[in-house]
Write a protein that binds this ligand. Structure first.
Ligand code: UDP
Length: 456
């Protein structure tokens, strides 16, 4: 009998994308899959992607999960973190939903951002299932999360050595973690406490890319007891119909001549910073495809492109025909696969990082928030990209056009970087060949999921 698996993503495209990829992968390996969709979604991109995903994958079942809105939601809080909180507080609604599924589910995959839900679910008498976590970040950042409940952070120390794991630089830890009252911090600590209750932690990474963290995580030598860490990346692209206008412009460009510029689905920059980026790209003389966002949540997006970039800069860009700027959702994976792309100027969100690694596209990392400095350390160590650390967190300082120009030139002209990035792409492919590390771990995971069905 095929195992019936339920998956519960939290909020934001950076969390939804890996869940959709995992859902498609499990379905392709003879699992029946139900995806729980927390409603209402925070962004328009999430509801649009969910609709197109379910029409392209009719064999995957959709189950809407109406989340109870927070009573006293903080209007200044991050809407994505507030939605994590709303999901966590609506956990009591899950047991009836999950036990209504037929055939009965044998496992539930929870998002690391809502892993604490396992505390209530695992003790519920109507549910006799296994629990897994999908970690949507690097193994490196995940290993920091595992230690959060026991960590005393002092900003005066420079490095942090956690038992059995590689050492971290304190300056790479996201600033909110130093504030125990911060919502992100309190959520992460509760989520971290729940990790030991699950059977396995699935992650979009691969052994070669993060061996120095993955091996200790699975060695049993860490100071806390952890479930099996299952690196099964890079996650594969799933069928997603529809066109993306930037691709026809790319078709006209020479091989490896274009730098793709995007800082993810929810990073809004100031107009001053946007101007510096635009000037820097022009000065670099490199071709570019630049995707701009002016607000954190796309539903609130109202500013015209002209107003955002500035009339004169936009005119200059159009006149020089050196690049294009768009203010829309693009098909990033298809862009990164295009032969015209020679580099990726990115915030180092973990999905973006893995998408570049998979294709051997060199990165210029500008780490802005959250886990991104930990992710950039992985990028730098593997030789996938450059990371000017002194550019700071988002808004910490104005990064000037000359600095951007210099790094873009380096990104596009450094042959050694290009060949090292290519090697990363080859290793990523190898992980998925027969007998490759990720392919083997997926096999193990499917066996673990089937075992539960046979035991019932
Ligand atoms: N993405 C995309 N088109 C866009 C913006 C983002 O396809 O215009 C995808 C990108 O490929 C990645 C995800 O959205 O899969 C963003 O996740 P990531 O972890 O890189 O960053 P976040 O948006 O969470 O900061």
């Amino acid at each position: 009998m095929e195992p019936h698996i339920a998956l519960l993503p939290s909020a934001g495209m950076g969390h939804l994308m890996p869940f959709l990829r995992l859902a498609a992968m499990l379905a392709s390996r003879n699992c029946k899959v139900t995806l729980l969709t927390a409603q209402p979604t925070v962004s328009a991109a999430e509801s649009k992607h969910l609709n197109s995903f379910f029409s392209a994958h009719p064999h995957i079942q959709r189950l809407d999960f109406q989340v109870v809105p927070l009573q006293s939601s903080n209007p200044h809080g991050d809407p994505f973190f507030l939605q994590f909180e709303a999901i966590i507080r609506s956990v009591h609604l899950l047991p009836p939903l999950l036990s209504s599924l037929s055939p009965p589910i044998s496992a539930l995959f929870l998002d690391i951002a809502a892993a604490t839900c396992v505390d209530q679910l695992a003790d519920h008498p109507s549910l006799s299932i296994s629990y897994y976590i999908l970690s949507t970040t690097s193994a490196r950042f995940f290993s920091l999360i595992t230690h959060l409940p026991h960590l005393t952070l002092e900003s005066s120390c420079v490095n942090l050595k956690l038992h059995g794991l590689p050492s971290f630089s304190i300056s790479n830890i996201p600033p909110p973690i130093f504030n125990p009252q911060n919502l992100f911090t309190t959520q992460m600590i509760s989520n971290a406490r729940a990790i030991s209750r699950v059977k396995g932690v699935v992650s979009n990474t691969f052994h070669w890319f993060e061996a120095e963290t993955i091996e200790p995580l699975n060695s049993g030598k860490t100071s806390i007891t952890l479930p099996q860490f299952l690196p099964i990346g890079p996650f594969k692209h799933y069928e997603d119909p529809g066109k993306c206008s930037s691709l026809s412009w790319l078709d006209e460009q020479p091989a490896k001549s274009v730098v793709y510029v995007s800082f993810g689905s929810r990073t809004a920059m100031s107009k001053d910073q946007i101007k510096e980026i635009g000037e820097g790209l022009l000065k670099s003389k490199q071709k570019f495809l630049w995707v701009l966002k002016s607000v954190k949540v796309d539903k609130a997006e109202e500013t015209e492109l002209k107003e955002l970039v500035g009339h004169s800069l936009l005119e200059k860009i159009e006149e020089k025909k050196q690049g294009i700027v768009v203010k829309e959702w693009v098909k990033q994976e298809e862009i990164l696969t295009h032969h015209a792309i020679g580099g990726f100027f990115s915030h180092c969100g973990w999905n973006s990082t893995m998408e570049a690694a998979q294709r051997g596209v060199p990165m210029l990392a500008w780490t802005l928030n959250g886990d991104q400095r930990f992710n950039a350390e992985v990028v730098e160590k593997a030789g996938l990209g450059l990371w000017p650390k002194h550019w700071g967190w988002l808004g910490e300082r104005l990064v000037k056009s000359e600095e951007i120009e210099e790094k873009i030139e380096e990104l596009m002209q450094d042959h050694k970087l290009r060949s090292m990035a290519q090697k990363v792409g080859e290793e990523a492919k190898r992980a998925w060949e027969i007998g490759g590390t990720s392919e083997k771990v997926v096999g193990q995971l499917i066996e673990m999921l089937k075992l539960k069905v046979w035991n019932v």
